[in-house]
Design a binder for this molecule. Structure first.
Ligand SMILES: Cc1cc2nc3c(=O)[nH]c(=O)nc-3n(C[C@H](O)[C@H](O)[C@H](O)COP(=O)(O)O)c2cc1C
Length: 224
């Protein structure tokens, strides 16, 4: 049967990871530095959309849902992406700001998982990014009521033309329903595929500041 054959083919798919290793002596103590290094290496490796990341949220019944968004900024405060503030993901975040992010850089045999709290960017930050986008994307943001049910695609195209005419002159204003989120990390995990399934996993957990010591990060190795 064709299905049997297909299943057989899938379970025989196997790859031994051996490009690189990740060890405590060379990994940064600071997870932001480590992320910066790996992100630069993903960029240099000419991967398609190295800044694409899976964002997981939960709905009001704690059912998880994932989708891809693009990383548009990164520093010690967190990881930034932009979206529609009325979308399904935004509704999830409003109810529960705890989210997870995942980068999968397969040609490098790497994944990075981050969990933390998502918070809205200031209007000034969102505006600065919005103004840097191509005009077509700016108009697209006005047109899309992201995650709402629509009767057909034609409606979108008609509204796009209407908005294009409306904003023909001058700059397209920032919609009040559109902007960024910053995910403030509480945990990072860096995963490097290893031979014989003995993968490297380094986990960094945020330690809160106390009256006697500033906050920081602890690092531990996890079994593959
Ligand atoms: C490669 C890729 C990049 C994407 N980047 C974004 C993004 O930066 N922001 C966004 O809102 N949606 C982005 N999307 C679309 C989302 O995956 C998703 O369909 C949309 O945000 C609606 O999700 P929601 O209904 O869960 O809110 C991207 C999709 C892909 C495949």
């Amino acid at each position: 049967m064709a299905t049997d054959h297909a299943i057989h083919a899938i379970h025989a798919m196997r790859r031994n990871y051996q490009i690189a290793s990740l060890d405590e002596s060379s990994a940064h103590q600071n997870p932001f530095e480590q992320f910066k290094l790996w992100f630069e290496q993903a960029r240099e490796a000419d991967l398609l959309e190295p800044n694409a990341m899976i964002l997981a949220t939960v709905d009001e019944q704690q059912r998880p849902m994932t989708r891809t968004v693009l990383l548009k900024g990164f520093d010690e405060r967190g990881l930034v992406f932009y979206t529609n503030y009325t979308s399904r993901k935004a509704q999830h975040i409003a109810h529960n700001p705890q989210v997870a992010l995942q980068f999968l850089w397969l040609p490098l045999e790497r994944q990075v998982m981050i969990t933390g709290k998502a918070e809205k960017l200031s209007t000034a930050e969102s505006l600065a990014y919005f103004l840097s986008r191509p005009k077509g994307s700016q108009i697209g943001a006005w047109v899309s009521q992201q995650s709402q049910i629509i009767p057909n695609k034609n409606l979108l195209l008609t509204q796009f033309e209407r908005m294009k005419a409306k904003f023909q002159q001058g700059e397209v204003p920032l919609p009040d329903f559109w902007g960024g989120y910053r995910v403030v990390p509480e945990r990072f995990e860096f995963w490097q595929g290893g031979e014989n399934r003995l993968h490297d996993r380094l986990e960094y957990s945020a330690t809160p500041a106390t009256p006697d010591a500033p906050g920081g990060w602890t690092r531990q190795r996890l079994s593959p």
